[in-house]
Design a protein around this ligand. Structure first.
Ligand code: NAP
Length: 281
């Protein structure tokens, strides 16, 4: 029997209805939640991402400010803007769209964001809080994946979760969230020997590598939940994930599509984090 789809678009709509309600309640108390998005340069993918983030804010009752700078902006000027936003009471979340131009030190810039406004959850102190089981902000993509597992009532406690990919923004925080939810977690990276040996043991398989079709049906345990974070373009230029969806869906019990899976959840969880930030201030 083909796997049940975990529909990120539908789940996002449900979560955004709650976001809009919470935003309206805050606004009624004179504290409309506000997100500042900073884009440096004109990377086409980044331009689309920031446009979608700003639109999601206005669609759901959040205030947003989009600051666009040309690629020559100096690091000092960017740090000065962040400092101003840190002290702006109408702004509760600050997001720097990555990647930044090579002459800007991204780590230094992320560390300059006030930790309580770091809605991406990338600041070192937020990474540390997550690692020690006291998260202030959960990075948006892994947070969205946890909501997807919650939406199917998956019993994470005691399950074996395998995360393929170990980046600071997806794989590592994903592994931490699964561990905190009681899973036994394996993290794989590009040096992992015999990737299939690990993936075949997964009750929950999260794939975030940026390698189209890396995970094929024969690498999946029958009945596993498969979450595909990857966003790639195939040879025809169509969006696809890291999992061979057409065949994997015949083996998995639940699976996320690309597009329409994790992607919409990431922006939704950015809204949730901004609301949470505003509610705390
Ligand atoms: P990244 O920083 O490039 O990290 C990729 C990770 O995958 C690294 O840890 C790398 O291992 C590992 N990897 C690469 N090839 C592998 C292989 N053959 N076997 C096992 N592991 C392998 O990428 P990212 O930022 O985490 O993003 C991953 C994917 O998710 C991309 O397609 C990205 O576009 C997508 N993404 C989607 C969303 C969304 O909202 N849907 C959000 C964020 C990212 P090493 O550590 O050894 O290099």
């Amino acid at each position: 029997m083909p796997a049940q789809l975990i529909d990120g678009t539908l789940l996002s709509q449900q979560l955004r209805a709650d976001v809009a309600k919470r935003a309206a309640a805050l606004t009624a108390r004179g504290k409309q939640p506000g997100l500042a998005v900073i884009l440096v340069g004109d990377n086409p993918a980044s331009t689309v991402y920031v446009r979608n983030k700003v639109k999601a804010c206005s669609d759901n009752g959040l205030h947003s400010v989009l600051e666009k700078y040309d690629a020559e902006l100096s690091e000092a000027d960017l740090l000065a803007r962040i400092d101003a936003l840190n002290n702006d009471p109408t702004i509760h979340g600050i997001l720097i769209q990555l990647p930044l131009p090579a002459h800007i030190n991204a780590t230094k810039v992320i560390e300059a964001i006030a930790a309580e406004k770091d809605v991406d959850g990338f600041h070192i102190s937020n990474a540390g809080l997550l690692m020690t089981g006291q998260p202030l902000f959960r990075p948006c993509t892994p947070y969205g994946v946890m909501k997807m597992l919650e939406s199917i009532d998956y019993p994470i406690r005691g399950a074996h979760a395998v995360v393929v990919g170990a980046s600071n923004i997806v794989g590592k925080p994903q592994a931490m969230l699964l561990l905190q939810a009681g899973a036994t977690v394996t993290i794989c990276n590009s040096k992992t020997r015999d990737l299939a040996h690990h993936t075949k043991q997964a009750d929950i398989l999260v794939v975030a590598t940026g390698k189209a079709n890396l995970v094929t049906a024969d690498m999946i345990k029958p009945g596993a939940v498969v979450i595909d974070v990857g966003m790639n373009r195939n040879q025809e230029g169509k969006l696809c994930g890291d999992v061979d969806f057409a065949n994997a869906k015949e083996v998995a019990s639940h699976i996320t599509p690309v597009p329409g899976g994790v992607g919409p959840m990431t922006i939704t969880m950015l809204l949730v984090n901004t609301i949470e930030a505003a509610e705390r201030m």
